[in-house]
Design a protein around this ligand. Structure first.
Ligand code: CP
Length: 325
């Protein structure tokens, strides 16, 4: 267990060692147990977390806000449109100034080719830890919650096959941060990671290379498929969600037009039957119901989406307790 995590940013899981991530998962389970037993765990009394959002959220905002309160602190929700950022406050100024008011700065900035850079500029100027609540490249807290959920549901993840797959959605061009973060972390836990997508939905080449290297180091495997049905075959974990064709076009209408070719990429009961009998269905949510996934699957016995959403709370509390105390 690593105990020297005070002040450490969580921008990507790649910048945390495997032992440090194991510590987060251990602490998350302990905090989950304490909450279940109604045991006080106010490790961050009087600490305040800035929660700066440039993009909407259901789970992330609520779980961070509830989490910091349960740890004895306070979460200050800041909608970027109510600040002076559009009138000139720079990332450096946000890091410097918020770092003096707050004990941690959490940011969601998903703008393509900008969000991660913005968070890193804030972090470079901040004297307190910066937590990435999702950017254009990474969604680390989602993936920590996913890892905890897989361990709870399936035990030791080594040797399990996870299918990280594109699925069609009509609502909007969703970020690629979830599949990218999934392939980076799951390969570090010795899983057999399948990345399944149509040719237009490639992920960033350097992320794919890092995932391959992680798989090599941690004795897992990594493969890329372009056949939706093949991705389901004998998988232990199905994680099929939509993302935009960001690497092909930055034009949202063009991306939506490309997606029209793949409206049959929907997780349904027939596809789930191709996976192992005890396979679990995961999705970070929000999902386009009956477009990305049928009601029968997402509400069915193999779905773990609500436990997965709950685990956001526990892993975020663990990282806040470890880095902000
Ligand atoms: N999964 C997730 O990050 O949900 P929100 O966008 O609602 O925060």
């Amino acid at each position: 267990m690593q105990t020297n995590l005070r002040g450490k940013d969580m921008i990507t899981t790649q910048e945390w060692t495997k032992e440090e991530i194991d510590t987060v998962l251990d602490v998350a389970l302990e905090l989950k147990r304490k909450r279940a037993l109604n045991q006080p765990h106010a490790y961050l009394r009087d600490k305040v977390l800035a929660m700066l959002f440039f993009f909407s959220s259901t789970r992330t905002r609520s779980s961070f806000e509830a989490g910091i309160a349960q740890l004895g602190g306070h979460g200050a929700f800041i909608d970027s449109t109510t600040t002076q950022i559009s009138h000139g406050d720079t990332a450096k100024e946000i890091g410097e100034i918020y770092g003096r008011y707050f004990d941690g700065i959490a940011i969601r900035q998903c703008d393509w080719d900008f969000g991660n850079q913005y968070i890193r500029e804030v972090a470079a100027a901040s004297r307190v830890p910066v937590l990435n609540m999702q950017d254009d490249v990474y969604h680390p807290f989602q993936i920590l919650a996913d890892m905890l959920t897989i361990i709870e549901k399936k035990g030791d993840p080594r040797g399990l096959t996870i299918n990280v797959s594109y699925a069609y959605a009509s609502s909007y061009q969703k970020p690629i941060s979830v599949p990218q973060s999934l392939i980076l972390l799951m390969t570090r836990y010795g899983m057999n990671v399948r990345l399944t997508h149509p040719p237009e939905y490639k992920l960033m080449p350097d992320i794919v290379e890092q995932a391959k290297e992680n798989a090599r180091r941690h004795k897992g495997s990594f493969e890329i498929l372009d056949d939706f049905n093949a991705g389901f075959k004998d998988a232990d974990v199905i994680y099929a969600k939509s993302w935009g064709a960001m690497l092909t076009t930055t034009d949202h209408q063009e991306s939506a037009r490309i997606g029209q070719q793949y409206t049959d990429w929907i997780t349904d009961e027939r596809r789930m039957a191709m996976a192992k009998d005890d396979a679990i269905y995961m999705h970070c949510l929000p999902a386009d119901r009956n477009i990305e996934v049928t009601d029968g699957v997402i509400d069915g016995p193999q779905s773990v989406v609500y436990d997965e959403a709950e685990n956001r709370l526990h892993v975020q509390k663990a990282v806040m307790a470890l880095t902000m105390s």
